[in-house]
Design a protein around this ligand. Sequence first.
Ligand code: ADE
Length: 217
Amino acid sequence: MLIQIISLFPEMFPPVLETSMLFKAKTKGIVDYSYINLRDFGLGKRRTVDDTPYGGGDGMLLKPEPLVAAIEMARAKDPDAQTVLMTPRGGRFTQAKARELSKASGLVLVCSRYEGYDERVTAFVDEQISIGDYVLTGGELPAMVVTDAVVRLIPGVLGGEKSAEIESFSDDKTLEYPQYTRPENFRGMKVPDVLLKGHHAEIEKWRNKNNREIKQN
Ligand code: ADE
């Protein structure tokens, strides 16, 4: 899966995406990341990407021409890619959405900045996603969150296929059960007995009972 990310700050991504599992997924050839610098599509000698809002108001908005030119370049490279605008006004990102996006043939993640973007940009994306009801300084961190949650669901990315299997069987309301490793007694807190006994049916029962539910607000 090719994940193309459009941003004014492409240098933010490699420290996160080119590390650990997300990097391993790339070296295995399962995903590839491509960073597109929005500034390259800026207008005029100064490569302008923003302007003041019609009707007045504080701050600057990203102009439509550079954003749409960058989106069109990304889509020309990967016409079937799902194009997503990161915005606090989007639909809430969930595990179900991560699973859905993990089945896409490619992704184009568009990061906004500053006070926002010209609304007409939304006509050029497939969907808008928010990672939560708070406003960040830009879509870069949300794009990293989406990339992480999506890439780990692609078959072959997680170490043991067992982990992916557990997830494919679980519905989207379940997280994992609590887990423990050595020592058996840590500062007086003991590992539940059932986990020490090697009775697989009992362990399975305990794990199902103790599956953590994702808290919905
Ligand atoms: N850009 C700024 N805040 C955001 C949020 N909460 N989710 C997605 N994109 C954003």
